[in-house]
Design a protein around this ligand. Sequence first.
Ligand SMILES: Cc1ncc(COP(=O)(O)O)c(C=O)c1O
Length: 464
Amino acid sequence: MLDDILDYLQHIRERPVWQPIPQDVRASFNQTLPARPAELAAVHEIFMRDVLPYAVGNAHPGFMGWVHGGGTPVGMLAEMLAAGLNANLGGRDQMPVEVERQVLQWVRELFGFPESASGLFVTGTSMANLIAVLVARTAALGVNVRRLGIAAGGKGLIAYTAAGAHGSIAQAMDLAGLGSDALRVIAVNDRNQMDGEALQQAIAADRDAGLTPFFIAGTVGSVDVGAIDDLDSLADIGRREGLWFHVDGAYGALALLAQDIAPRLKGIERADSVAFDFHKWGQVPYDAGFVLVRDGKIHRQTFAAPTAYLRREKRGMAAGSPWPCDFGPDLSRGFRALKAWFTLKVYGAEQLGKMISKTCALARYLAQRIETLPQLELLAAVSLNIVCFRYRSEDSDRVNADIVAALQESGIAAPSTTIVKGRLAIRVAIVNHRTDTRDIDVLLQAVLDFGSAYAGRRAVEGVS
Ligand SMILES: Cc1ncc(COP(=O)(O)O)c(C=O)c1O
């Protein structure tokens, strides 16, 4: 099994990025519960034949859709060790929890947070954003909100984020019982950053209406175009207005590792909380999200729940309090920390930073090439590693959607789509450490080929 998966990674460039799942393969996964045992080798064969070839392909250097990390063999092997140990990191006195605390220590150092800051591995930034909203809710309403619910405290808590923010911020408001309508979506400036003036006006209007502003969510690396909010000025507004300042740095926050990008994240060290993923730019295999909270005390007060069966002791296995389960909703927790620990130890912060810089340089290379090609048009300035562009044509939205689908189905490259300024864009997010200029050149040639075929076909259809 190890040989097969290492071969897969070694020769991934020779495979299609993605291929549609054949109907018979999909149908073969509709069987009844297996009552009798089967040979491991036979089951592995099914995996190799029916599962592996039809994954989304984000380990492939031609994968450029959404925001997916590429993973590494180091992370994969660490995951194998973690699974062998079968550690449950909800708590108790064990070295795996110390590994997580070590990673937390590195995260504090990287983000310039104090020793008293707390943090936790979670599934991903969606969960990390939710935890941040819940901690901020406790800070705003007091710990009693846990017992009484928001109806009792009901002060009309209002949050603010930029128009380009990820949907998980609105979802966090929904899940926290505050309602997604209580999230004000603030206009962005020409660099796609939250407009500070508009933010202040919205806060003032809400106060005038008797509501309680409590939370600002800035973004580092917006999902559509990779924009970075002006974090220092958001931190100033948060401090002046007494609001919790959260940063959604799902993929972008780890740009702190990259010397040429880190200065643009100035102000992140002033955040009350940060959400980010090791599984995106950190290349740690899925899943490995992280939430960092400046005030460890209020973080703990938001989740810790004394119960007889989770009693803490000074000695024995029940020592070592506080436990990770005191900082989030999960009691059963896998050993995500190990693959992040291995990745940081084996590659080191400098090399990871250089890899992040390289993906941004590739995005600039792609943008420069687009600007030399009259058939193509850049739709947004390139801030980090995301390039949004289109093939110029009549019925451009349809043609560009067709180009992206054709690219994916051809297995040549896999960008995704988004809407920029009302137009459908081919969106290329270069996250994978394996991607290089060859992959960008292949992508561009294929866009031109499919573009001329689809645009030509539209023109003929238009005439007939
Ligand atoms: C800016 C931003 N926030 C949040 C998320 C959600 O992160 P996850 O998929 O790890 O839950 C993403 C995902 O791409 C993102 O780009």
